[in-house]
Design a protein around this ligand. Structure first.
Ligand code: SF4
Length: 491
């Protein structure tokens, strides 16, 4: 049914909105818990990480004799049934939710990836983007390696297998030295669970504990769901190996400069997560407060774009002591509703998703807060909705700096040509979305909100790519060479 609809020109209503947001690529989870129902715990954790990827989901488990896996396209709720979860028995488990970036949206690219190598079965789940993947694949292919998918996990598994004569720790270290780019990995062998974070710490990964079990997750919210305790973040350049003896840490590369994705705090991560010591909700609220200091616009009411603008709007409203309310109601059940290709269908989709509360905004000067503007199409629709419902003025307040450049580190941004702030001046963007005013948070304001000035990747906001840039500026088959800042090895 789904394909039939697409073939006939229908579009998912939700896509009209989602295409105007940066999209997180993946969420990863791992658990070492002999005696516990690891598949079920992984399943619940993936629910908590679902915001990081909605295209496919997978769980792999092992009892020490091979790895069993179930993965498919769709949401966690669509991919797993009670029967499937009950059939996945194991002492160690890993899980993955995916939004495709480099690999296309195909079942063969869903994760975890499982392969058999010299030492048994191996499963890999990855969040991020390896920027020298093509170069490494060419080298491996020259030695006879074959690839069935386009995902980095397959490359990583191949590299680990190539070093199989070494201990697991040595094989992982050699693999990570080969890789350039962004990765938070959860890997499972038949008797070990492994977490790895790239030397820049670009993507988050943390370690938790549930009774005698150890857990790894992209975000701490996955631990909260399970009633587990957050222990610490995996450090940039660290390999964590969990086995019967406990947790072993190995620093394979020192980080010359941390470059945690600043957009995790702007939009991707769940507000109830803590990443590298920063609470996401608090950071977003601070962004609103900083924007209020920088752009104190004269408005009667502050409303958020739900859900991405809620924390920023609260911060903005409390800093200026302005009335705050939910002036836009979001339909949370729109899901995969298909709409026709005509403009009237698209207009209807806007109303399906968001509806302004007329009583709150009619005759008012409205400050509408969102976390970012990517293409501008959503902002334009929202301004139009508010005007249709009688807003006297509409002031767009954005709690991040303008998105001016693509991400090469695992986030699905639009092409530069589609990033409205890369193509138009501030006033041209304001005119395009038809707002009375448009304010962005400054880079300084963003750093103040995050509480520190260094340690973040802000490449999509600043064009300063701390992990290096594929030559040619575009990933995929065009890559021939990588320029990467020097990093110090501490083997
Ligand atoms: S460019 Fe950097 S800050 Fe922007 S989304 Fe990618 S990793 Fe995050």
């Amino acid at each position: 049914m789904l394909n039939e609809g697409i073939e006939h020109g229908l579009t998912e209503a939700d896509n009209l909105w989602q295409k105007d947001k940066m999209e997180e690529a993946c969420g990863v989870f791992g658990i070492y818990a002999p005696g516990k129902d690891v598949a079920r715990l992984t399943y619940y954790a993936l629910y908590a990480l679902q915001h990081r990827g909605q295209e496919s989901a997978g769980i792999g488990v092992t009892e020490g004799n091979g790895i069993k896996i179930h993965k498919a396209m769709g949401l966690v709720s669509e991919v797993f049934t009670e029967q499937i979860i009950s059939g996945l028995k194991g002492d160690i488990g890993i899980g993955h939710v995916r939004y495709s970036t480099m690999g296309s949206n195909l079942a063969v690219n869903s994760e975890p990836l499982v392969c058999h190598y010299l030492k048994g079965d191996l499963a890999v789940a990855h969040n991020g983007n390896v920027i020298n993947a093509q170069e490494l694949k060419k080298k491996l292919a020259a030695n006879g390696a074959v690839f069935q998918s386009t995902i980095d996990s397959e490359l990583i598994a191949n590299l680990i297998a190539r070093y199989a004569q070494d201990t697991l720790e040595e094989a992982l270290t050699k693999t990570m030295i080969d890789l350039k780019g962004s990765y938070a990995l959860v890997i499972m062998t038949e008797d070990k669970l492994v977490g790895v974070r790239d030397p820049y710490g670009n993507r988050p990964l943390c370690l938790g504990k549930l009774d005698n079990a150890y857990l790894l997750a992209s975000e701490s919210c996955a631990f909260d769901v399970l009633g587990a305790e957050f222990i610490r973040d995996v450090a940039p350049g660290e390999i964590v190996i969990i086995d019967r003896q406990g947790v072993h840490s190995h620093q394979f590369l020192s980080s010359v400069e941390r470059a945690l994705c600043a957009f995790e705090f702007v939009y991707f991560a769940r507000p109830d997560s803590n990443i590298d010591g920063i609470n996401v909700m608090e950071a977003r609220r601070n962004m609103g407060r900083e924007l209020a200091k920088e752009s104190p616009v004269d408005v009667d009411i502050v409303i958020p774009v739900p859900d991405s603008g809620i924390a920023g709007a609260l911060g903005y409203a409390e800093a200026r002591n302005i009335f705050y309310d939910m002036g836009l109601m979001k339909n949370r059940y729109i899901g995969r509703t298909f709409i026709g290709p005509q403009q009237k269908d698209r207009d209807l989709a806007v109303h399906l998703k968001l509806n302004p509360v007329k009583r709150l905004i009619e005759g008012k000067k409205v400050g509408i807060v969102d976390d970012s503007i990517v293409r501008g199409t959503t902002s334009k629709r929202i301004v139009q909705l508010l005007r249709e419902k009688g807003a006297k003025e509409v002031h767009m307040l954005i709690t991040s700096p303008p998105v001016i450049a693509p991400c090469y580190y695992g986030i699905d941004t639009s092409e530069r040509a589609q990033l409205i702030a890369a193509q138009k001046s501030l006033d041209e963007v304001r005119a395009y979305i038809n707002a009375d005013s448009l304010s962005y948070l400054s880079m300084e304001g963003l750093y103040r909100a995050l509480g520190q000035e260094c340690g973040f990747c802000t490449a999509c906001l600043s064009e300063n790519y701390p992990l290096g840039l594929p030559v040619g500026g575009k990933l995929g088959k065009h890559i021939t060479e990588i320029s990467t800042p020097k990093r110090k090895e501490v083997r």
